[in-house]
Design a protein around this ligand. Sequence first.
Ligand code: NAD
Length: 485
Amino acid sequence: VMNTWNAAPPTVQPPAGPETPVDDIQRIFRLQQESKDRVGSTSVRERKARLKALHQAILKHRPAIKQAMYEDYRKHPAEVDLVEIYPVTAELKHARRHLAGWMADHRVPTPLALLGARSRITYEPKGTVLIISPWNFPVNLTFGPLVSALAAGNTVMIKPSELTPRTSAEIGRIVSGVFPENEVAVIEGGVATSTALLELPFNHIFFTGSPAVGKVVMTAAAKHLASVTLELGGKSPSIVDETADLDIAARRIAWSKFVNNGQICITTDHVFVHRTRMEEFIRKVREQVERFYPGDPVNEGSYCRMVNTGHFERVKGYVEDAVAAGARVRMGGTFDASQNYMAPTLITDVPDDSGLMTNEIFGPVLPVIPYSDVNTVIARINQGQKPLGLYIYSRDRRKIRHILSRTRAGGSCVNHTAIHFYNPYLPFGGSNNSGIGKGHGRAGFEAFSNARAVLTQYMPGPMELLMMPYNGFKQKLIDLTIRYF
Ligand code: NAD
């Protein structure tokens, strides 16, 4: 096992990281604006070389990233590989393989009324862009969007989270080792730095974080009409119906809830289980947790911690309030504030108006809610904000189709949770409160590009005949056009 990792002291409150002076932010922004046209006209080969250099640097810094993340919140090094490094290297490989296709002009048909013209879409970079990322997957959610921004030919300023300062510093070292600051620069700091950045007229802002801060970002972007991609959060439900394979459902839902300590935007926030299967489901989740963390989870290196005291107290408060209001803890429910430790917790009978059910939980607590009629679950989901993810565990195709077609969500998995994130061929993102716009793969490239429409008139076309002055004859031609074309 990974005794060396277990031996390191736990983090309770990470030290405050640096705030980049506003002068520096403005200077780098100006430098990036000066170089954006040059960077924007790079060839496929040059962009691939940049992506390759980033790829190599990330692999080289892999041990340092693991160390930093362990010190920030005891993320297990294997988990760092799985949820931080691998998604980025996969995104890099995918982008390098597909870049030529994405950058190529895309021919589209031209209607007969525009005879004599050819049409195509050409992807141009937006310019100088800003990426703001959260603490829960600092490497994954910083470098993932960076890959797309570089593929699209932008200059990029990055503001990683201040809550994982060691990881953010490592991100800074990786970037400055590969890129001059007039191409890509990491700006460290918290809200003050973020606010200063948001005053600048970026061409695009790619924000990953909470819906509340997403609104701040979109308001700031409105001042400059900067386009935005907002990757937000919310409460993503799972539904386990009466036909589901409960071993699979329990294992995959427990995995999604306790990996990264449940601090995952697309995890199962809470689960609806068919009433007839509920006790069996609870038993199987408990068995799974014993398999994931064979001793007491507090001693298991695979079990990470909550990121800081504030988040620890928040989730602990939700659980205590729910219990005071009649909820029943069916697994876990123990805490150790000295290390932001919260045991893997399963809870039932949670009142609808308790903090656990009105906020995104973002911690290792799974409320289980029984149901009898799936349509009541659908109605309940549809009354709330559109979730980022909605997961269905069932063996009945008709039921699966029914739930998919009657609900709205950023993305879904059938018989799994969250892993749609890993497929770069799928656009990733939310809808309204859970996000605006999509990332990953081609969708990420498009988010950082302007799809420029180009129509080339190569011989005289019928439009010539319809130009002024208007008269009876032209009106007839116009009538024919409306009728036949
Ligand atoms: P957050 O919104 O608090 O912070 C995100 C970033 O915004 C950080 O870099 C932070 O410094 C900055 N920020 C915070 N307050 C700000 C303000 N007032 N003005 C300007 N910038 C500000 O989010 P978080 O706590 O780091 O992350 C958790 C949230 O992110 C959850 O809601 C989760 O669901 C969501 N999330 C979404 C995705 C996704 O891909 N959709 C992924 C991970 C996390």
